[in-house]
Design a binder for this molecule. Structure first.
Ligand SMILES: Nc1ncnc2c1ncn2[C@@H]1O[C@H](COP(=O)(O)O)[C@@H](O)[C@H]1OP(=O)(O)O
Ligand SMILES: [Mg+2]
Ligand SMILES: [Mg+2]
Ligand SMILES: [Mg+2]
Length: 355
């Protein structure tokens, strides 16, 4: 059995199960939004998906630490919200009994769900096995029916070894071209959509359809598209102008003679998209001096892109450092591109950003 085979299997099934819940929330509940203290939109989907993922991890790897985005605190004083989430968590499972058994089956009760939600408070760091979870990355995309991702990465001693991204609204087909409206909104039909990206360090990156039971076979290798002419490359960038500087991105594209419009989409679906050659370059250009990127927003995507033949650094050319705690405290922004042209892209990024 290859290294991390069990982790890879559990991670993919856990993400797949959590995505069943997020899709249910979108379709059945249509926007059960609550707002967190920081006012970011967080839904019952975030809590429900996080509970399902942590419970699968704890059933298989009880000793491992977990860094997860959400915490149960704000749920404890809200019994109604607890009930809504519990009803969803209780009734969501994979439709393959063996796969569901592998994830430990259903949680015992609502109290167990709250406890599990709070198991994601590890401070992270450079030692041991630590999972990073973003139960819904791109909450804004999720709410508007655009792109979002269920994200899970395993770090060992600060290095990402396994990464899984579930992208329910991306086309299943790895060869499907990106269209400008892809990220935007209104993806209410699941037909032809849903992809599960995965990678293990040193073993390449792959995709398969995002299913609802056992993992869909085969798992197909993915690779970035070789860039022959920089002018023909396509940028992927955030929808939210507050998350990445779109003006600087346009200047960089211009200096690289890129004329294709950037494709805007929320979430780590950007990393998955460039990893399979639907799009080429992902830039995340800081909009604030103080914002520190969170490890759960990058762990899986960073590995998937690197294993697909890409290079991922920050805007100063440093590898993303996942060993510094819950944030990428030693990094600023992200530059992800095919390895062969990464240096050329980074040079222009530094010129435009005056770094
Ligand atoms: N100022 C910021 N700069 C970069 N990323 C941010 C900023 N504020 C929030 N984010 C995070 O960006 C991610 C989505 O990015 P994208 O634009 O690529 O979809 C979310 O996880 C969000 O975190 P949060 O969950 O705290 O809102
Ligand atoms: Mg959030
Ligand atoms: Mg996120
Ligand atoms: Mg999130």
């Amino acid at each position: 059995m290859s290294q991390y085979a069990k982790e890879l299997e559990v991670a993919q099934l856990a993400v797949q199960r959590a995505a069943i819940l997020t899709k249910r929330v979108f379709h059945e509940k249509a926007k059960g939004t609550v707002s967190k203290d920081d006012k970011s939109p967080v839904t019952i989907g975030d809590f429900g998906a996080q509970a399902l993922i942590i419970s699968a991890l704890k059933a298989n790897f009880p000793e491992d630490e977990i860094v997860a985005e959400e915490e149960a605190d704000r749920l404890r004083g809200d019994p109604q919200l607890q009930d809504t989430i519990w009803e969803l968590v209780r009734s969501t499972g994979l439709d393959d009994p063996a796969a569901e058994r592998l994830l430990g089956g259903a949680l015992a009760d609502k109290a167990a769900m709250l406890d599990v939600l709070d198991m994601g408070k590890s401070q992270g760091g450079a030692r041991g096995r630590i999972w990073a979870i973003d139960p819904i990355d791109g909450t804004k995309g999720f709410l508007r029916g655009g792109q979002y991702a269920v994200c899970l990465g395993l770090m060992v001693d600060g290095d990402v070894k396994v990464g899984v991204l579930g992208c329910p609204n991306l086309p299943v087909d790895d060869a499907a071209p990106l269209t400008a409206d892809m990220g935007a909104e209104g993806q209410t039909d699941d037909e032809g959509r849903g992809v599960l990206f995965s990678a293990v360090l040193g073993q390449g990156a792959a995709s398969r359809p995002l299913g609802t039971g056992a993992l869909v076979e085969p798992r197909k290798r993915i690779a970035m598209r070789p860039i022959e002419e920089m002018a023909g490359a396509t940028f992927c960038e955030s929808v939210e102008s507050g998350h990445s500087n779109q003006g600087e991105s346009a200047q960089i594209a211009q200096r690289l003679s890129i004329t294709n419009p950037s494709v805007r989409m929320d979430s780590q679906a950007k990393y998955g998209s460039i990893a399979r050659g639907a799009g080429d370059i992902y830039l995340r250009l800081p909009t604030s001096k103080t914002y520190q990127e969170k490890i759960w927003d990058h762990a899986a995507g960073d590995l998937i892109v690197r294993e697909a033949g890409g290079q991922v650094t920050d805007t100063l050319g440093r590898r993303l450092d996942f060993s510094k705690g819950r944030t990428l405290a030693e990094n600023k922004g992200v530059v992800a591109a095919p390895a062969a042209v990464h240096g050329q892209v980074l040079k222009v990024v530094r010129e435009v950003l005056k770094l």
